[in-house]
Design a protein around this ligand. Structure first.
Ligand code: ADP
Ligand code: 5GP
Length: 207
């Protein structure tokens, strides 16, 4: 008997810590990976593509989707809505893929409480210091001074939840962080749901 279901790998951490960069590394180096494209009401940044980085929608459209029960989880972050649609995640899991999430601490709390939690591996990505985060946000050049100030404040609040995650990745040397995330991604695939474990026990007994 072969286990064929996928697993979940979730990254959280301050905006600017390097989550997207590390997700790209996994997508480039490993097969059978699916990035869960979130839906958001925040304005598109230069270089971002609708349907690749996010689905960019209006506040009204987002609220309609909440009403329709489309989201596995959703949250308000820095005054904008962000959410994960349930259907594509379930399809990717059924196809045996490792599903990658870039969600905030509220999204992590929701997925951890969901029936998918037994398949979940979580990583909190951060910079070595607040000053380094400020530098990266400024160097990325996509946010105004005001937005950067808000992101730094939010970062401090998010850091309080670090201890809840399976792994902490202090992203100083990018190459080392890339090696670490690839190892975590390999291991994350070994998670099994309660249902799959029971199926395996039944099979094992019968053979
Ligand atoms: P996030 O997805 O967490 O918001 P990004 O992946 O967009 O963060 O990274 C923010 C900026 O920091 C980008 O310009 C990225 O190239 C840069 N960056 C990522 N990792 C490192 C690192 N280890 N050292 C220096 N700069 C980095
Ligand atoms: P950014 O605006 O920098 O792309 O993302 C801001 C924050 O929103 C980050 O902490 C990111 O992890 C989080 N985020 C992105 N997509 C989702 C989502 O679908 N759900 C939740 N809860 N947070 C998300």
């Amino acid at each position: 008997m072969n286990f064929k279901k996928g697993a979940l790998l979730l990254l959280s951490g301050p905006s600017g810590a390097g989550k997207s960069t590390l997700i790209q590394t996994i997508l480039q180096h490993q097969k059978d990976v699916y990035f869960s494209i979130s839906t958001t009401t925040r304005p598109r940044r230069e270089g971002e593509v609708d349907g690749r980085d996010y689905y960019f929608v209006s506040k009204e459209e987002f609220e309609k989707d909440i009403e329709a029960g489309m989201f596995l989880e959703w949250a308000k972050v820095h005054d904008n809505y962000y959410g994960t649609s349930l259907r594509p995640v379930m399809q990717a899991l059924d196809a045996g893929k490792l599903v990658l999430f870039d969600v905030d601490v509220q999204g992590f709390a929701a997925i951890r409480k969901s029936p998918l939690s037994s398949l979940l591996t979580s990583v909190f990505v951060t910079t070595p210091s607040k000053e380094e985060l400020r530098r990266r946000l400024a160097a990325r050049g996509t946010d105004s001074e005001e937005v950067i100030a808000k992101r730094l404040q939010n970062a401090l609040e998010e850091m309080a939840y670090m201890k809840e995650y399976d792994y902490i990745l202090i992203n100083s040397d990018l190459k080392k962080s890339q090696e670490a995330i690839l190892s975590i991604a390999k291991t994350a695939r070994l998670k099994r749901s309660q249902e799959e474990i029971q199926e395996f026990i039944n099979y094992w007994q019968a053979n």
